[in-house]
Design a protein around this ligand. Structure first.
Ligand code: NI
Length: 163
């Protein structure tokens, strides 16, 4: 499995829901997880390996979590500033403000439904990864001035990505 970079239009797709929870799905989740650990990421969404489906995996430091068909059903009014990076935007890190807590509904690789309240790092990762399923990247949140500063670096990644 290969991680694709910003500039690849697949990252901008709206991903499709998972309807079938079969062995192929479990094999895909296993490969996606392996790729996340090999690439030293804390989260990896299916679109980042060029698969437009609503699946991501993450590990906030205490073990692997599999998230399928996620829905953020509520967000805290309180926000927090936290530095983010992304395996699809290598070498770029920036402070992003997001809600500090979220409640999510999702399914696991067996199709079982879960609802969870997340705070801190898990809440942050889940918001970042859920964005990937909507074709949104964290750099989209940057102010024009911050974007301008990062533009040469971003353009370099985009150039290499579409070559
Ligand atoms: Ni990312």
């Amino acid at each position: 499995m290969k991680v694709i970079y910003i500039g690849n239009p697949i990252l901008r797709n709206i991903s499709e829901s998972v309807e079938v929870f079969d062995d192929d799905l479990k094999a895909f989740v296993k490969e996606l997880s392996k790729t996340m650990y090999v690439e030293d990421g804390v989260g990896l969404a299916a679109p980042q390996v060029a698969v437009s489906r609503r699946i991501f995996v993450y590990d906030p430091g205490d073990g692997l979590r599999v998230v399928i068909n996620p829905e953020i059903i509520s967000k805290s009014d309180e926000t927090v500033r936290m530095e983010e990076g992304c395996l699809s935007i290598p070498g770029i890190y920036a402070d992003i403000i997001r809600p500090s807590a979220v409640r999510i509904h999702y399914q696991d690789e067996y199709g079982r439904h879960h609802e969870e309240d997340l705070t801190d790092y898990p809440a942050r990762i889940v918001q970042h990864e859920s964005d990937h399923l909507e074709g949104v990247l964290f750099v989209d949140y940057l102010s024009a001035s911050k974007r301008a500063v990062l533009k040469p670096k971003l353009n370099q990644i985009i150039k290499e990505s579409i070559r």
